[in-house]
Design a protein around this ligand. Sequence first.
Ligand SMILES: Nc1ncnc2c1ncn2[C@@H]1O[C@H](COP(=O)(O)OP(=O)(O)OP(=O)(O)O)[C@@H](O)[C@H]1O
Length: 691
Amino acid sequence: MVDNTVRAAQAAVVESLRRQFSSSGQVPDAGLPIPVLRSWARCQRLGLDMGERVRPPSTTRGDLMVARERSAALLAHASGVMEHLHEQIRSSGSMVLLADASGMILHGIGDPAFVDRASRVVLQAGANWSECERGTNAIGASLIERAPVEVLGAEHYLDCNGVLTCSAAPIFDWRGELLGALDISGDHRSHQPHTLGLARMGVRLVERRLFESEHARHALLSFHPRPEGVGCLQEGLLAIDPDGEIVAADRQARALLGVDERRVAGLGNFSNLFRGGFGTLIGRAARDPAALVELELRSGARVHVRVRVSPAWQAGAQAAPASAARVVATPDPSRSARGRVTLEALSTGDPALQFALDRCARIVGRNIPILIQGESGSGKELLARACHNSGPRADGPFVAVNCAAIPENLIESELFGYVGGAFTGARKEGAVGRIQQAHGGTLFLDEIGDMPLAMQARLLRVLQERCVQPVGAGSAVPVDIALLCATHRQLGEQVKAGRFREDLYYRVNGLSVQLPPLRARSDLQRIVRRLLDGSSHHPAPTGVEAAPETMAILAAYPWPGNIRQLQNVLEVALALLDEGETRILPLHLPEEVLQAAGEASPYSTASHSVPPRSGSLHSVSSLSPLPLSEREARPARLADDPDLLPLRRARALDDDAIRAAIARFDGNLSAAARHLGVARNTLYRRMGRPF
Ligand SMILES: Nc1ncnc2c1ncn2[C@@H]1O[C@H](COP(=O)(O)OP(=O)(O)OP(=O)(O)O)[C@@H](O)[C@H]1O
């Protein structure tokens, strides 16, 4: 924190400059940061009165809604970043604000005490903080200066705003269009020197997210002159289409390449900029997405590069030049020959899952809505995609909307769209809503249980009338969609609690399928194999597998985050493997997974790799499968019943794991059973011995 004496001296200088300015009418030419001096001059030209009282907002709630709709993408991508920034400065008596390009505050979060104080000078959502409305302030000045600006205490033009200290940085899209500003404001006595840096970092994150989401269908190439710069905020990002054309470059990339936004189109093909083939680079990325490749620019400079290729790009790359298309076709058993996941390909032998897949297969293509229920990360969206790809609409669009991720007031325009000029500031060409985008294909409403009640009524009308009426349109547009919905909530319970309309419930619930949680599935081994083979974004190098003792631990873990969590655990384990190592051992697993399985910490796992000593082995050559009654037990109930936990563990044990455990404990079956996390009787049964 800046020393109090220094701060008091600075405040005294500013106060004396203010007095001189108001008596002489001459804007000082020094003593304050240049952007602040320029802003004072602009405010003077606007005829603002320094002593004016706090102006109430000149905008209405409706104006705020319109502004939020207009900046929906910005708001969606900035909200998470704002939460993150707020976490960093929590309890420092400050708040994080997002304004649009006109200075209208769209959203703000902060410490309650300061939020309350800020509202007294209307520093709040719905108020406009452009310079002409509020005089010199960080939001307004950064939008005009198109650069980060800090305005401390009495540097604010209006006396009433002198209680604030504000640091703001402007947000641009990759074309250089100004989208808004991110601001961190606090009490004038508590200025922190790093606050402007935090705001700039936040802006960089928002700009990246906007870039990545706009170019989700392109290959994203991150680069930096230094290897450690790749993966950091300093890296440059290029979006490249399957033909190798560079379609966009973010701000950082332009700075590194020394081009301005108008010249991005001139970058042309990958091969104009880099030496080396695009197809070869994509091929390497498909084999090893984490790989850093050193490339030479045509200018002679060298850069380090990493390429990410989304599934959407891969699907689109079918039509790409032969070289690129061939190399991205990584074998993936969960995908069909067309590179898309299908119901058939999802089958991995679990009876509860198979039941769900069979039911979906019978219904798909019959215009009956399917409601997929299951815990988070259990594969609901993947199942929805598989339904779409397995039916007659496979070549139509699949449009996924996460109802829980869209702010309540934006759902309407997002789902229904609007016509040009529907409201002040609406885009000239209007916007097509997600329902219409799904015409001829499938609309997937994820987390439908979180849809606000008012929107449920409108959705119900669409489903009944099969027409959408965009906001501001005089007439409705017919739509032909198949509907799939998913929720992690028990929708029936939501209806009982009055949070979900009963009539809509029956509309979306033509067929209800329940996805089993991972802990209740009996196909863990095959899922692990599949994830390692590359259904995830980071396929393992060929030949990598989980060791039997690792499988036993994975089988004992309850997987609250389901397949998504397993995917993450395996990705981390792969990253921990040494060069050439092909077995994932317990020591590569996270502590919480080991602990849940009652395993020792990775630091004492040397004995895991002890090979079985054949001389001390019991006869385990004829390990029998589990009795039928156990195999047929309903997995969902297995999961719920703690008494049956050992049985669940036993399912995933393979013969090697049992042999290794028995060898490790010199034939002591009780110790081996304890180690494997199964009952001794189960071990006897698996060995085909009486007990
Ligand atoms: N059978 C499977 N094989 C391979 N990967 C899978 C499988 N099922 C799910 N996954 C992967 O697990 C992750 C989570 O899946 P998905 O997003 O479909 O879950 P979800 O239930 O919709 O999650 P949420 O409720 O949080 O949205 C995804 O990365 C998906 O690709």
